[in-house]
Design a protein around this ligand. Structure first.
Ligand code: SF4
Length: 106
């Protein structure tokens, strides 16, 4: 169940991730290095804003091993994505550990 008023936020999250994987590749690379945990295959991220048409009845990705979109491969990119999963009642298996060497860097 999504929080009231979150549909717009979830939609903009999709746009943000699309933009990030195509135009902020360094940022995404850094974030994925800081990411820990595992995917529990809950498929909540496959239904943010709308249910992905490539999701099977068993809630599995029909194109997982072939041409899964970059934004899906990289999910979650940052804490905002984890918050979106939470807003939909899920709990992503990933988390982000801040890079201690990044202190003071802009
Ligand atoms: S929300 Fe997180 S744990 Fe669930 S399927 Fe997506 S990446 Fe995996």
């Amino acid at each position: 169940m999504t929080e009231p008023g979150s549909a717009f936020r979830l939609f903009t999250g999709k746009v943000r991730r699309f933009f990030a994987v195509h135009f902020r590749k360094k940022y995404v690379e850094g974030q994925l290095k800081a990411r820990q945990g595992d995917c529990s295959q809950c498929a909540v991220c496959c239904s943010l804003a709308f249910s992905c048409p490539l999701l099977t009845k068993d809630r599995l990705c029909a194109v997982y091993g072939t041409f899964r979109p970059l934004a899906c491969r990289a999910f979650p990119i940052d804490e905002k994505d984890i918050e979106e999963v939470r807003a939909c009642g899920g709990e992503c298996g990933y988390r982000f550990i801040p890079d201690p060497d990044a202190h003071g860097r802009s």
